[in-house]
Write a protein that binds this ligand. Sequence first.
Ligand SMILES: CC(C)(COP(=O)(O)OP(=O)(O)OC[C@H]1O[C@@H](n2cnc3c(N)ncnc32)[C@H](O)[C@@H]1OP(=O)(O)O)[C@@H](O)C(=O)NCCC(=O)NCCS
Length: 155
Amino acid sequence: MNISPLKIGDECAVRNVAEMSWKYAYKNIYTDEYIDYWINKYYALDNIKNDIEKSINNKILFYGLFDNNLLTGFIEIDKINKIILRFYLMPDYIKKCYGTKLLKTAEEIIRNEKIEKLILYVNKLNSMAISFYKKHGFEITDEDNEDYLMEKYYK
Ligand SMILES: CC(C)(COP(=O)(O)OP(=O)(O)OC[C@H]1O[C@@H](n2cnc3c(N)ncnc32)[C@H](O)[C@@H]1OP(=O)(O)O)[C@@H](O)C(=O)NCCC(=O)NCCS
């Protein structure tokens, strides 16, 4: 397994991982039709390409987890707004500590760049992700409709 920045050309693989991960994580929360609608909207290939370009300009951290050359997960952090935007693994790679490795890699970069805080929004019914984030030091500080706001400070 290897963790490295995503590159132009990875857009389809990102979308594929997101679709599988959403259908796994949100299977008891949203219908497949609802997920397909939002994947088409949020993961339009041009949007992903745009974010990869921003990561080349260092405004975004966008790292992938690769099994040989296969993308199996990714984390995306907006460094300007200090928010974890997307964090998804393929179902077969969940609960095998790869999420921890991806988060720790990203956090090392965040700390080195003196970013003092990260926030994220997580669906209130996504108990697996909520317990993962709590284990890694994030705390629920607010709520917004169906999401919790979680925050972590880096010193
Ligand atoms: C949230 C997510 C990124 C976390 O990554 P992950 O790789 O599953 O998390 P880890 O394996 O590092 O840790 C999760 C748990 O699995 C446990 N675990 C790890 N390897 C294990 C193994 N071989 N056997 C059993 N448990 C194991 C960890 O100890 C941890 O358990 P704990 O929380 O009870 O202490 C991932 O689960 C995911 O992609 N979920 C679906 C998408 C999603 O919800 N994303 C977040 C949107 S906000």
